[in-house]
Design a protein. Structure first.
Lengths: 433, 310
């Protein structure tokens, strides 16, 4: 036992004593945050895309402009609602009422902000100020031919005092009364503006069809605005009665995040085992060790040492997470952040995480140790690591379908495959009875 | 005479290749034993079997009168041929770590590490990481790590390789000091001079087989003795002494002298040769019995080709 302890202790101290360990310990959560929120922040940082509308009928053009405005207003409302739902639920109703009462998008955001200032000032710090995704301007030319230099980027448009590229042009034709839409843009992968224009023209066509039956435009729009209330319930006996709350949904998001953490830690620490064995082989230490320690004691010592490294990682990350939750909790009301934080501490998640780590670490650790024992150098190991890395990446491909339907046959089947079990066990844990 | 180490019929096969065949020898307690042979003779394989790193294909090892167990191995210090230490450990940390694996308490291990480093001139670098030390220093650290737990039996595999002459001499002193302290030392080398200077007993190995086991003097006695002679003028010593049963070979001529090499065989061979020269009235200007070396003994035992096999 003492030999195992000494081997484990040496390995542990060798890793935690390296500056690289602490650097990666700090940077890993930062990188994870950047990966999670980076695309969102980048999308927000992008200035609104410039769109022009060419229409045979001025009424069609006006309707398309209005629909783009409505979309921007609706997106802003959604963002404000989501923010208030997590930070100041008590102020949500009043703020959204103020938002809805304001005539235009910018004024609506300002009105909601004022309502929050009055009712939940602690949530004002990060109150969103969303920009519209698209800005519509008058076309610099009357037809597509004239717009081509702008659409191809050869020329730019002056928008609010700054030169900006033209993102796309929506052309609405009226051939024999029926509208048709052409969308012109060099950005071939995205056609959202044409979809918004399509919704606008659908509304126009509905208005026209209803007008033939004696229903005026205002009534038609009122019919469009009809929308049923939706409520979600959890039928499991263990679930609280009533509508599903954020507290009930939070474990699914927590499980997703923990699965990413588990996967990255298992992969990282298994790599540590691999490099540790290769170091001992390439530095010719094994013969010296083997006169004092059996191969099994070395194996167990290494597994325990690196497991202790993982526990250090989890402890530091746990403390960092708890600190962040505490800080966020002070800024939010109604204990929403506390509810999200509590989701990470749900027994079934903790047990699944612990079991997942234990089985995943032992399984992948043994595989990586075996690989290390076959190789004399890091280069040799890397050639063998390719297929193993592919296998290790496969459970991550199953996570999205597992969240969509945790009990789908393919997910249930994959859960029984030992290499996938630790990760799918965790991601499916919140859906258990 | 107590036996510290005994190998009986040791063999190691790698597939069809027989690296070591039916090797038996003993190392008496308190002796310095050399396992000699050219590169590839099977010395390292033998030593690795002795300390349990390799499992023999046949045969057995007895240490201190008993089988090779984990407890017995705690009394053994081993310096492998392919040596290395954890590059990020300090010199004292590495010595103490290996001593602790042998059962020494933490406090004692660090004390001994400090004392050994100080007494071997490495005190100033004791807290430096192994990767910052020169190759020679790192090798000295590993030698010290092998003896830090004060083992009763020390086994060194090619301990002198990679050391400069000054450090080789220092290591010889360390080995002698360990022997004076009552420890048994077994080391392998392909450089016979080290064995000649240090060993009480030697085991000669060639192509995986034992060619000789005995004291150094016994080994030297097996070397063919010779004498170097010089005669004045054109005197033909070979013609004069050949009929008397002596094997004399011409060794060249220089400035009015002829040089001869005479093979000495049997008891009092040099005295008999000198008497024959006097009797034949040979005009001798030089008569010098040549000192036998272990290398010559080895060549005589296994043949020139096997002795130099790489």
């Amino acid at each position: 036992m003492k030999q195992i302890y000494l081997v484990a202790r040496r390995d542990y101290l060798a890793y935690v004593g390296a500056w690289g360990f602490w650097l990666s310990l700090i940077t890993a959560p930062v990188l994870l945050t950047v990966l999670l929120f980076g695309p969102l922040l980048l999308a927000r940082a992008e200035p609104p895309r410039v769109i022009v509308v060419l229409a045979d009928s001025p009424a069609d053009a006006a309707l398309v402009w209005r629909t783009f405005d409505d979309e921007a207003r609706s997106a802003a409302r959604g963002e404000v609602a989501a923010y208030l739902n997590t930070t100041a639920r008590g102020a949500e109703t009043q703020a959204l009422a103020a938002f809805d009462a304001a005539p235009r998008r910018r004024a609506a955001i300002a009105a909601a902000r004022e309502a929050v200032r009055a009712n939940a000032p602690q949530a004002l710090g990060a109150f969103p100020n969303p920009s519209p995704r698209y800005v519509l301007v008058d076309p610099p030319a009357p037809d597509i031919e004239g717009l081509r230099p702008f659409l191809s980027g050869a020329r730019e448009l002056l928008v609010h005092g700054a030169l900006r590229p033209l993102y796309g042009a929506v052309r609405i034709r009226r051939d024999a009364g029926a509208p048709s839409i052409e969308y012109w843009s060099v950005n071939l992968s995205r056609s959202e503006p044409s979809e918004i224009a399509s919704r606008a023209m659908r509304r126009a066509m509905r208005r026209e069809a209803l007008a033939e039956r004696g229903v005026d435009a205002a009534q038609s729009d009122a019919l469009d605005a009809l929308w049923p209330a939706v409520a979600q319930y959890d039928p499991r006996p263990s679930a609280p009665t009533g509508e599903v709350t954020l507290r009930q949904k939070a474990p699914f998001y927590a499980a997703l995040l923990l699965t990413f953490v588990l996967w990255s830690v298992v992969f990282s620490v298994a790599n540590m085992l691999l490099s540790g064995v290769i170091e001992e082989k390439s530095n010719k230490i094994l013969d010296t060790l083997l006169t004092s320690v059996t191969p099994l004691e070395i194996l167990i010592g290494k597994l325990l040492g690196v497991a202790a490294v993982s526990i250090t990682l989890f402890s530091v990350w746990g403390l960092m997470g708890a600190g962040l939750v505490h800080l966020a909790g002070e800024r939010a009301s109604d204990g929403v952040i506390g509810q999200i934080g509590a989701a990470f501490l749900e027994p079934r998640l903790l047990v699944a995480f612990g079991l997942g780590f234990l089985t995943g670490y032992l399984l992948y650790g043994a595989i990586f140790l075996a690989l290390g024992s076959l190789c004399e150098s890091v280069q040799e190991a890397q050639t063998l690591l390719g297929p193993v890395a592919l296998v290790l990446a496969m459970p991550m491909m199953l996570i999205a379908p597992a969240i969509d339907n945790p009990n789908a046959p393919i997910i249930v089947g994959a859960s029984w495959f030992p290499l996938f079990t630790p990760f799918l066990l965790l991601v499916r844990a919140p859906s258990g009875a | 005479m107590q036996i510290a180490l005994e190998a009986e019929g040791l063999a190691k096969n790698y597939g069809a290749r027989e690296a070591v065949q039916n090797l038996s020898f003993q190392a008496p307690q308190g002796s310095i034993c050399g396992v000699l042979g050219p590169n590839g003779a099977g010395k390292s394989t033998t030593l690795r079997m002795l300390v349990g790193v390799l499992k023999p294909s046949a045969g057995r090892v007895t240490m201190f009168g008993g089988p090779l167990t984990r407890e017995v191995l705690k009394r053994v210090g081993f310096l492998p041929e392919e040596r290395g230490l954890y590059r990020n450990m300090s010199a004292r940390g590495a010595i103490a770590y290996l001593a602790r694996l042998k059962g020494v308490s933490a406090g004692k291990a660090f004390k001994r590490a400090d004392a050994l480093l100080e007494s071997h001139g490495l005190g100033p670098v004791r807290r430096k990481r192994i990767k910052t030390l020169s190759k020679g220093m790192a090798q000295k650290v590993q030698v010290l790590a092998a003896i830090a737990h004060e083992p009763d039996l020390i086994i060194f595999d090619e301990p002198f390789s990679g050391l400069d002459p000054v450090n080789q001499r220092a290591l010889e002193e360390t080995i002698r000091a360990q022997a004076v302290a009552g420890r048994t030392i077994l080391f392998s080398t392909h450089v016979m001079e080290h064995a000649e200077r240090l060993c009480d007993r030697i085991v000669l190995i060639a192509q995986g087989k034992k060619a000789f086991e005995g004291s150094t003097q016994e080994a030297l006695a097996l070397a063919p003795s010779a004498a170097l002679l010089e005669t004045d003028g054109d005197y033909d010593l070979a013609a004069a002494l050949g009929p008397r049963g002596f094997v004399i070979t011409d060794d060249g001529a220089e400035a009015g002298h002829r040089r001869w090499r005479a093979k000495l065989e049997g008891p009092n061979a040099s005295r008999r040769l000198l008497a024959a020269c006097v009797e034949a009235q040979a005009p001798l200007s030089l008569f010098e019995p040549a000192r036998a070396s272990l290398h010559e003994a080895f060549v005589a035992l296994v043949g020139d080709r096997a002795a130099h096999l790489e």
